[in-house]
Design a binder for this molecule. Sequence first.
Ligand code: NAD
Length: 497
Amino acid sequence: MGEAVKITVVGSGYVGLVAAACFAEMGHDVICVDNDESKVRLLNDGGIPIFEDHLPILLKKHLNSRLRVTGDLHSAVEQSDAIFIAVGTPQGSSGAADLSYVEAVVSQIARCVNGYKVLVEKSTVPVYTNEWITQCMLRNRIPRKNFDVVSNPEFLREGTAVIDFLHPDRIVVGANSQRSERLLRQIYETLTSGRYYAKGDSLPGPLSAEKPATLLATSAQSAELIKHASNAFLAMKISFINAVANLAESVNGDVEEIAAGMGLDSRIGAKFLRAGLGYGGSCFPKDVAAFSWVAQQQGIDFHILEEVRKINARQQDVFFNKVRSALWTLRGKKVAALGLSFKGGTDDVRESPAIDIVKRLLDGGCTVSVYDPVAMDRAKAVLPPSRDLHYTAGPYTAAEGADALLILTDWAEFAQLDLSRLKGTMRFPIIVDGRNLYKPGHMFEHGFSYLSIGRPAVDRIPVSTERRLALGVPNVTTAFSRPESLQPLGDAGSPTS
Ligand code: NAD
């Protein structure tokens, strides 16, 4: 136990690069392989293809010592005992996960096996993928004794990926042989023994030498199902609170109060009870669809997953209708949109609700000025700048002359705007907040019309005097406040993966 393992990580994306850097941080010898030559070049030149907290520090510390980046899979596999596959598994047209990237990598690995290798599924894959990988290796005439396949799903969240990896809630290892399980235990030993946390230069997080990481050993099938079931459950929690939000709003209730009341129940918990624009990103949408497809294939009635998806899709309509109701008509209106990434803390715009909303505004004839602290470059690839779409340097520039401002991503800086400055620059002081970053009473005091999710609008929808007083509108200082667990940012359960 505790010895360095020779590891290859295939894929240098949000999961692969973080895993590779963290394995190096844990003391292993790591080769990260990507077939995107520009990424390999960028990394070897000291650049970083993704925005992720702590990643620059780890890459600086380990690149060209314990961590190498290359396009040469063959030589990487030959030098390694464990090969982690961390390539994309996007949604196919049927809803099933498209495993063609995984298959391509496995076929390539099969051509370079020069001794016993453990192939590790890090990508999120449907149940029985482990079996398919085994078949693929056998078809490529690799003797069964020369390899094992382990499922080791990843639960990191973009934005906090490095800390999530080094301080995991759990490490799941689905191995069907003792030999491969032993190797995976050795790889994670520094976290499960607490040795990593005892080091003077370890990255701090929730775990410690006294409270180290937990490794759960399961069958390969269970490990595969744990990942899909976890993501589907989290997506369900988000859709559930969004449905509650719509109900609350229809009766002048307040979803933040309801979520606080629900979240205090230890069986429910406060995380992922934040109403908003709905979940997005590269994981929840495709994982819910893939899990649903798996259930269908097995003849299992799991229709709740379809409802989760429908509620999520509807949530964007709900928000868009609020924007329309605030602006009356769209054509010719100037709208400021804050946020493009699918959640705060990341530059990832895949399946971002913010991008969809901006597209709808453009389709409706609006001129849109957007701002995001880190995601604008990536957004330009899917939403190119045009006569009607302007990328701006900051929230106040975006807001200049705007008929309304929309908050689409829960970035910390959007929760701390200088409201007087903002009001001074806008044409009309109207904010439609898809992330509930402000208290309605506070916005009213600052002279804004403010619409949010699952809470009464201020200055637009008439509410009873009693309710106005409860909201602190107007001249009341006891506007409701959110408990710490529901503060806008950080760990409170952003729609993530
Ligand atoms: P990504 O698209 O950011 O990265 C995938 C990388 O794999 C890319 O750099 C691509 O160039 C590379 N690649 C593709 N084919 C290759 C090949 N044949 N050889 C070498 N490299 C190849 O994807 P991601 O977000 O890191 O996700 C990877 C997997 O991890 C997915 O299955 C995803 O569902 C899962 N996952 C993602 C997250 C997340 O937050 N992004 C969290 C947990 C699990």
